[in-house]
Design a protein around this ligand. Structure first.
Ligand SMILES: *Cc1c(COP(=O)(O)O)cnc(C)c1O
Length: 402
């Protein structure tokens, strides 16, 4: 019988049979991979923590597998850098972090609706976001006769028009929750809809200002009761744009990973991107003028050309919308991608850099010598947003943490 072994490849397990594990364990850098520098995350966390000051808590938002960087890696690095708690979107993401040994407060930003989900949230010490009395009552029942109270945060909708109760419902909801004796309401929060856009304009006339006013009104109406609550409103854009949005805690995602929420955002904060996407050349070939390349022959060579086939595709998270638009860096030299991006491969025109050999590594995203390619560069070409670009690298690309 051959032995079955498991290797952990960026959070996913691969089962294979073989006698010698070392031989059977492929180098994650053999095809295409995401490289994450955990020290950079740690430092970004420290920079953000210093920026918000000692009175304000830093929640590191690590949903969607840490925006594609690896939730466990990011969580540990962010906490080392001074983050106080973690934010996730789903119950499973929270459980994954507990299983990884993380002990800090974890807030689930999504809406858990059924008793089973809320029960697991209680068992795993994950804080659910509550938008109404229905879930609050479920929580209260779950914690009945248990040794601890069910800690929750309440969400109020100040203009995102997504989760949260209405502003004018908060007082009544809290007075009802205060009667539920197995619940401990620890926080109240809201979410900004326009903070990144409003960075461009005058904050005082912006929708963010309206949301701030509504949130402050809610808190004022709660009177002394609000003193007992952790109040939070700001995402990355809110955190970087206006200190009045900070309250007791900020929930930072994008900026923790080293990006500014607006294209050419002017900031004294020195945040660095922690992620690189790299892939190897698997074949170099020469073709004649007028040769069609790839599916649909979207590209035809205009001259006798040298092409490099690279082993990364849209199944790895490089959107097909970027076909024929991006470039990658090799030794700080940019080569253009040509033809349709396929599921597993794409082709680069290396006629102007003909010394490239099979096995060499291209940097598609991130810094390579003098060249730096950011998610925003891709978004300018594809109409996406950096958040979406980052969390698309999660399916098949192994993650190498440095
Ligand atoms: C994702 C999320 C954040 C983080 O947003 P960034 O723009 O990435 O900083 C903050 N709060 C909530 C409720 C979120 O869902």
């Amino acid at each position: 019988m051959q032995s079955m072994s498991k290797i952990n490849n960026s959070g996913r397990s691969i089962t294979f049979s073989g006698k010698n594990e070392n031989v059977m364990n492929p180098d994650p850098r053999s095809r295409a991979w995401v490289e994450v520098d955990s020290k950079v995350i740690e430092n970004n966390s420290r920079v953000l923590k210093n920026f918000i000051g000692p009175e304000c808590l830093l929640m590191a938002v690590v949903k969607a597998d840490g925006y594609g960087h690896g939730a466990e890696t990011v969580a540990n690095a962010a906490l080392l850098g001074g983050a106080d708690s973690l934010g996730v979107a789903t119950l499973e993401e929270g459980i994954q972090l507990r299983n990884a040994g993380l002990k800090c407060q974890i807030l689930i930003l999504g809406n858990l609706i059924n008793a089973e989900e809320l029960y697991y949230s209680f068992c795993w010490d994950l804080i659910p976001t509550i938008s109404g009395i229905r879930e609050a009552i479920i929580c209260n029942n779950i914690a009945e006769n248990k040794h601890k109270k069910f800690v929750i945060h309440l969400k109020v909708d100040t203009g995102m028009t997504r989760l949260g109760c209405q502003c004018n419902e908060v007082e009544e909801l809290i007075s009802k929750i205060d009667y539920l004796e197995n619940i401990s309401l620890k926080g109240i929060y809201s979410h900004l809809a326009m903070a990144d856009k409003d960075l461009e304009s005058n904050m005082n006339q912006s929708f963010t200002q309206i949301q701030l006013n509504r949130f402050e009104k809610v808190l004022k109406d709660l009177g002394k009761r609000n003193k007992l609550l952790c109040k939070h409103l700001a995402n990355s854009a809110g955190t970087l744009s206006d200190r009045r949005l900070h309250f007791d805690m900020v929930r930072v995602g994008l900026s923790l990973y080293g990006y500014y929420p607006l294209n050419d955002f002017e900031s004294d904060l020195r945040l660095d991107p922690a992620l690189k996407v790299k892939a190897r050349v698997t074949l170099v070939r020469e073709v004649e003028k007028d040769t069609g390349v790839g599916y649909g022959h979207f590209f035809k060579t205009q001259r006798k050309s040298k092409l490099a086939v690279v082993a990364i595709g849209y199944a790895d998270g490089v959107s097909r919308n970027l076909s024929g638009k991006i470039s990658a860096s090799i030794d700080g030299f940019l080569v253009p991608q040509v033809g349709a991006i396929a599921m597993d491969q794409m082709v680069f025109d290396i006629t102007d850099k003909p010394d490239i050999k099979t096995g060499q590594v291209l940097t598609l995203l991130g810094t390579d010598g003098e060249v730096s390619i950011s998610p925003q560069n891709w978004c300018d070409l594809s109409g996406s947003i950096p958040w979406e670009v980052l969390c698309s690298f999660r399916n098949r690309l192994p993650r190498v943490v440095t």
